[in-house]
Design a protein around this ligand. Structure first.
Ligand code: ZN
Length: 224
């Protein structure tokens, strides 16, 4: 639910009340203002990106060194989902993409997101955006999906290709990391470390990390 305290229309303190069968945050001035925070899911576009025969997974600067993910991003106003994911691929990898297949739409309740996933073939030379620090190439059968978010897209996409991989549930680790990030009073660099490497998540990445909402939706490849 929202952390909003005040009505964005009239500034009154928001209240919680049942409306249309659910508890909702709304303005107490129902007659003159009538603002209701409906908390509708946010659309997120995602892609299984194929480049030179490999699937590209990327690692965000704020993530632990072993976490790699599909390319994802928020859909922007005025664009179709297909335009949105091709824009993200251009921004994140500097590749020109072509939609090969619509994979599906997947709910992701934990982040209140709706994931719209595509299979995209992309051309060009990969140049990572500032948000990304690394990428890796995997064959289609090497990706291990997780049970939520984009993991479901990967599962279904692989199943159509006759690939049935073990599903890796690392939700706990992700939730734990979020907990540490939000509650840490120590430098983040001291708190989060990889089991394989000594590289730490730098403090300067914290703000960006928290801002990146699709992160939980995106991560689906992790190797401890
Ligand atoms: Zn109001």
């Amino acid at each position: 639910m929202s952390k909003m305290n005040f009505c964005p229309q009239c500034g009154k303190t928001l209240t919680t009340k049942e409306k249309d069968g659910r508890e909702r945050i709304l303005c107490p001035d129902e007659e003159d203002c009538g603002y209701v925070f409906w908390n509708n899911p946010t659309p997120v576009v995602a892609a299984i990106v194929e480049h030179e025969g490999d699937i590209i997974l990327a690692r965000n600067a704020a993530w632990p060194p072993t976490w790699y993910a599909l390319i994802t991003g928020f859909l922007e106003a005025g664009e179709t989902p297909a335009e949105g994911i091709l824009r993200e691929i251009k921004e994140e990898l500097n590749l020109e993409g072509e939609i090969i297949e619509f994979v599906g739409i997947y709910e992701f309740h934990r982040m209140n997101q709706l994931i719209i996933a595509y299979y995209v073939k992309a051309n060009g030379e990969i140049t990572l955006s500032e948000e990304l620090v690394d990428y890796k190439r995997l064959k289609d059968f090497e990706i291990k999906p997780w049970p939520l978010g984009t993991g479901k897209a990967v599962q279904e996409w692989q199943a159509k290709r006759g690939i049935f991989n073990e599903i890796i549930d690392f939700t706990r680790q992700v939730v734990l990391m979020f907990f540490v990030l939000f509650h840490s009073k120590q430098p983040i660099a001291a708190r989060i470390r990889s089991k394989k490497q000594s590289t730490l998540v730098p403090q300067r990445c914290l703000k960006k990390y928290i801002q990146i909402q699709p992160i939980l939706a995106a991560i689906h490849s992790i190797q401890f």
